[in-house]
Every structure is written in C-alpha cells, then in structure tokens.
Design a protein around this ligand. Structure first.
Ligand code: G3P
Ligand code: CA
Length: 264
C-alpha cells in the first residue's frame, strides 16, 4: 500500500487540473500542463497511450478526430485509432487549433515532456487510457517511474498517482509497481464486494461527481479507499463533492476551484 497523497496545503482537498487545465488551454498539451501547474493545482492529470511504434504519448480520445487537424495532414485517417499512428506521424498533428487559433502548433506531447513544464509543488496524475489498445503501457509507465531520474524523483516526493478504468490493467500495474499510489476509476460507485476487490490493489477510487451520493461515498470510505471525483467544473459541484468527503477533486478550471475553496 502506498503512502497517502496530500495537497500542498495539508488540510485542503487535493486539486487536480483535468487534462492539464482543459478548460483554459487545449487539453493534454504542454500549454495546458503549464496552465494547470501555474494555477497552483496540486496535480495535473494526463492520459497516456502508446503509438504504433511503442512511444508513450499524451492523448485522451481513441481517435484524432476531435482535437487535431488530422484530416488536413492524413486525409482519410480521421477516424483511425490514435494508437495506429507512429510517433513521427503523431508529431505532425496540430493539437491546439481545435481549442483556439492562439494555440496553433501545439503538439501531442511525449509522456516525458510533461515533467519539464510542471513546476513548484505540482505533481502528476497519470491515467492509463484505453490500455487494451496500448499493450504493454503499464510496464512503460512503471519503468519510467522506477528508472527515469525525473519521474522517479517526483514519485519519491509523493507527487505521482496512477489511475485507470480498466481493472485488469490496474492489477497489472499494481503488481509491477506496488509502491505507487493507484486509483481505480468507474463511472459510478459499485457495490461493497466490488469495492472490496478494488481495495486489494488500489489505494483510492474515483468516479463522476454526478453519480456520487452519500451512500456511495460511505461505501468507498468503508472499503478503506480514498475518494476522488471528476470532472468538477462549477462552484456548486466543488461544494457538493467536499460535502460528500471527496479529497481528490479533478476539474478543467483548477485556478477557479482553488479560488473558490480559498473563499476568494
Ligand atoms: O480523472 C479521471 C478522469 O480524467 C476520467 O475521465 O474521460 O476525462 O479520462 P476522462
Ligand atoms: Ca483522464
């Protein structure tokens, strides 16, 4: 079991910038991770997948359609799996223009690039996204955290949590890196027996705040799991999440969450 995570201010909830700070900059780009880190989020969250030639990159969706200019660069491949692209191909895509012309030219980042833009006390929530499409991604992440100097420094500082929806993938990761905090995600809170299974390998549980109620929050706590919620994008949702005892709050506007919690 990993040591519990803490916010930079010990008594406060852990504030996490979703996809960096996907509400203020193009999601999962270095611009978003910089914005999330500079806003004082305790962590920035990213989604990691593997290219067809095995390179870990940061991207949420299963295809490039929504957030890149793929149709211009690779006509006809708009709805292809993002993991069917080589790393060299992925780097040719513009992942910023979909958000605003001000971000034209933002690239899909390599997994390691995020470390160079998170500053101060900001840590990283690493979501292993769609792992069935990225065979071996658990080992790539575990190896980076264990062997890469920059990643392992963050990990030793208590500034890393790994998360994912896929139970088999999470169990694989837990076996490879039992010392790394691990969060099991599901869209709603399951029953006691399933939560008890989660507690055998995970430290915390994360779900949509929309599906969370007092009974669900109590089941999570009774299973001995920490509680996280996503994607919290309003003051009312922050308040509701805190009232239910969530100590990890993930949202697209981390600066606004931080100000709200500070009463500003
Ligand atoms: O923090 C968990 C959250 O990121 C899960 O949802 O779809 O944004 O990856 P999604
Ligand atoms: Ca995610």
């Amino acid at each position: 079991v990993a040591a519990p995570l803490t916010a930079n201010n010990n008594d406060a909830p852990i504030l996490v910038g979703h996809r960096g700070a996907g509400g203020v900059a193009p999601e999962n780009t270095l611009a978003a991770f910089k914005a999330g880190s500079q806003s004082g989020a305790d962590f920035v969250e990213l989604d990691v997948q593997l290219s067809s030639d095995g390179v870990p990159f940061i991207f949420h969706d299963e295809t490039p359609a929504r957030t890149t200019n793929v149709e211009e660069v690779f006509p006809g491949r708009t709805n292809d799996p993002i993991t069917s692209f080589t790393w060299k191909e992925l780097r040719q895509l513009d992942a910023g223009s979909y958000f605003s012309a001000n971000y034209a030219g933002e690239k899909i980042p390599h997994f390691d690039e995020v470390i160079d833009v998170v500053t101060g006390n900001t840590g990283v929530f690493i979501e292993i996204k769609s792992p069935a499409k990225s065979p071996g991604v658990e080992k790539v992440v575990a190896d980076a955290l264990a062997n890469d100097a920059k990643w392992s420094k963050l990990e030793r500082a208590g500034k890393i949590e790994v998360l994912g929806f896929d139970v088999a993938s999470n169990k694989k990761f837990a076996a490879l890196a039992p010392e790394v905090p691990l969060q099991q995600l599901t869209g709603s809170v399951p029953g006691e027996a399933v939560l008890a299974d989660y507690a055998t390998y995970a430290d915390s549980f994360g779900t949509s705040y929309r599906g969370l109620d007092a009974a669900g929050a109590a089941r999570v706590k009774n299973a001995g799991l920490g509680l996280g919620v996503y994607t919290v994008n309003s003051a009312a949702a922050v308040d509701a999440s805190l009232a239910l005892g969530a100590e990890r709050i993930t949202g697209d506007f981390p600066q606004q969450m931080k100000r709200h919690i500070a009463g500003q």
